[in-house]
Design a protein around this ligand. Structure first.
Ligand code: ADP
Ligand code: NA
Length: 329
């Protein structure tokens, strides 16, 4: 009964990395090609849940916008906007806060993981999955493409939509996650292949950013943690480091895992790392050029984001007018 609508977000905590790109952004561009109704938010309000530097955040927002455009997000088709420019996100967040419980939020794996890294856990870090649900619900999104790390957050969003509908009358679709639950859906840190590649990783050498120079990419892949077996095989459980490289290699070349492994039969790990570097550099070259082109035209970026905010705001305001009425506000 709900028209198909897709929402997804990306934090401007740092620059976009290979995990974001292969696990999320590249899939958004595929959905866009299929003429799906899609809304993408640069979720800066999520980025302030951990300590941050304001001028850096401002730059990161523009870099993220430039990177999304460089990856092929087309603002004439996709609604692309910055979360903080649509204040309804915070308003719906507040309303949803009363529809869930503290124990439920405390058990979310991302919270457990991140809260371990700070001494005094900010309240914002605790409730940010609720803000994420508000992001989705404001646009009455029916489908949310995310990496497998986000599954529990989508389940919370589903729970909040049901809870709202039950208490105040049917008004929100219960969203579906679009997740590819296979080994390849998660790109791991090059330095600690037990963890996912992440912007918030304390060790930036484990993360390949889309804006990295060829030299930086070569250096990072050269130092990627592998194991003491020198041949190349794919076994994520036993050999996470090498398998992560194989997965990255397969994804950037569009080849199957089997083909990649077969062609690497004669190589040792050091030689194979060079091959992976070349493939990654080749794949990212045109994207990196486009990022720089967009960054050199800040006025155009500002214009694109303002147009996106206007479109998003219209939808968000319509939803919030109905929400206020349902709540008796
Ligand atoms: P990060 O954890 O790097 O800050 P975000 O929270 O901004 O990433 O997530 C943006 C999108 O990228 C989400 O859909 C998320 O699931 C996906 N994503 C993040 N890290 C990875 C990864 N290492 N592998 C695959 N997808 C990822
Ligand atoms: Na994240």
């Amino acid at each position: 009964r709900w028209p198909r609508k897709i929402f997804s977000g990306i934090q401007p905590t740092g620059s976009m990395h290979l995990g974001n790109y292969l696990g999320a952004v590249r899939k958004w561009t595929e959905l866009q090609k299929k003429r799906e109704n899609i809304t993408i938010s640069i979720v800066d309000m999520h980025s302030i849940t951990m300590p941050h530097n304001p001028p850096t955040l401002r730059d990161n927002i523009f870099t993220m916008a430039a990177t999304l455009l460089a990856c092929g997000i087309d603002p004439s088709h996709t609604t692309l906007f910055v979360q903080s420019s649509v204040m309804e996100h915070s308003e719906l967040n507040w309303i949803l806060n009363s529809l869930t419980t503290m124990p439920r939020l405390a058990q979310l794996p991302q919270f457990k993981e991140k809260s371990r890294t700070v001494r005094d856990v900010p309240l914002g870090l605790f409730v940010y999955p609720v803000l994420q649900a508000a992001d989705i619900m404001l646009y009455k999104a029916t489908h949310v493409p995310v990496g497998s790390d986000q599954l529990q957050h989508i389940q919370l969003a589903q729970h909040l939509a049901r809870a709202f509908n039950a208490r105040y009358g049917d008004m929100f679709p219960v969203c579906n996650a679009i997740i590819e639950e296979n080994d390849g859906s998660r790109i791991l840190s090059l330095r600690e292949p037990s963890k996912k590649m992440s912007k918030s990783d304390q060790n930036p050498k484990g993360t390949i950013n889309l804006s990295d120079s060829p030299e930086q990419i070569i250096e990072k892949i050269k130092k990627a943690l592998t194991d003491f077996t020198s041949d190349i095989s794919y076994n994520p459980g036993m050999r996470p480091g090498v398998s992560n490289l194989v997965n990255i290699h397969a994804q950037v070349t569009g080849q199957s895992i089997d083909t990649v492994v077969e062609e690497a039969k004669q190589l040792d790990t050091a030689q194979y790392k060079e091959r992976v570097s070349e493939a990654v550099i080749e794949h990212l070259r045109p994207i990196r050029e486009m990022i720089n082109k967009h960054l050199n035209n800040r006025n155009e970026l500002i214009y694109v984001l303002e147009m996106g905010s206007e479109k998003a705001r219209k939808m968000a305001q319509t939803t919030m007018a109905e929400v206020r009425q349902r709540l008796g506000l």
